[in-house]
Design a protein around this ligand. Structure first.
Ligand code: ADP
Ligand code: MG
Length: 251
């Protein structure tokens, strides 16, 4: 398997808190990698450091590019995005007084050379994400489900090869979650690798081929969803003792 992103001995501290502790993580081309762990275990920090919003204290981050692995550690967010890594935020941050189309067009301008091309790219992604009827709606007026889709669209507009999703399902009802999962599969089928941070175990099991678990900034476990959900350390640190071990349906 070819990795699209690799970190080596990645560290980030905030004061006395070691949010990322010597993390060696690989994300493979085309996979959906689940990232789970207790609150405060470093999941969002991992996304923030990979996407350039926080500088790592030390360690390496390399991304597969046309010319091989490139070190992107410490680059600013716009540069990281231009190399093909898109992200969503745990609390979404659209321009509230702009329409869906305007918001996605601005994101597309990072990769496209002209405004008309950016607008066309944005319109295509808005259709793809099932947001066509909300194209001219102001971001502040969007219901939560469509607001989450807007976040995804802004990421997709840069034509990423890796998409980092930080709890995009939070706040959705079961029906909305189901259709959100379908959209994430559809994005992955375009060949985009996805890092999927999510607390709802059912969604992680359904979508991910591989899962990693963080605890206090360190890698606690790694494996298939089934392996990870049956790991005693994961049950103790994250899932809780009431969690019922179970198998996956046979393929
Ligand atoms: P998760 O997303 O897994 O809930 P975070 O990555 O948000 O965890 O946080 C990991 C640790 O780093 C927590 O202890 C949190 O309080 C701390 N932390 C995260 N971001 C900051 C920040 N900007 N300033 C100070 N501490 C932070
Ligand atoms: Mg978080």
């Amino acid at each position: 398997m070819t990795s699209i992103l690799e970190t080596r001995s990645l560290n980030k501290s905030f004061g006395g808190v070691h949010a990322l502790a010597d993390l060696d993580i690989k994300i493979y081309q085309g996979e959906i990698l689940g990232l789970i762990g207790p609150n405060g275990s470093g999941k969002s920090t991992f996304v923030n450091v990979i996407s350039g919003f926080h500088k790592p204290d030390n360690g390496e981050i390399s991304l597969l590019t046309d010319t091989g692995m490139k070190n992107i550690g410490g680059k600013i967010p716009a540069d990281v995005a231009s190399y093909g890594i898109a992200r969503t935020f745990q609390s979404s941050k659209p321009f509230l007084n702009m329409t869906v189309l305007e918001n996605v067009t601005i994101a597309a301008m990072l990769r496209e050379s002209t405004v008309p091309r950016s607008k066309a790219k944005a319109a295509e992604m808005i259709e793809f994400a099932g947001l066509g009827s909300f194209k001219n709606t102001l971001a502040k007026s969007l219901p939560i489900e469509q607001r989450k889709r807007l976040d995804l669209c802004r990421g997709l507009a840069i034509d990423p090869k890796l998409l980092l999703l930080d709890e995009v399902m939070a706040g959705l009802n079961p029906r909305e979650m189901e259709s959100g999962m379908e959209l994430i599969s559809k994005i992955n089928q375009r060949g985009i690798a996805i890092l999927f941070i999510e607390h709802i175990v059912k969604a992680v099991v359904a979508l991910c081929s591989r899962v990693i678990v963080l605890n206090q900034g360190s890698l606690l476990a790694e494996g298939t969803p089934k392996e990870v959900m049956n790991d005693d350390h994961v049950i103790e640190a994250y899932l809780g003792e009431g969690f019922q071990k179970r198998g996956e349906p046979n393929a």
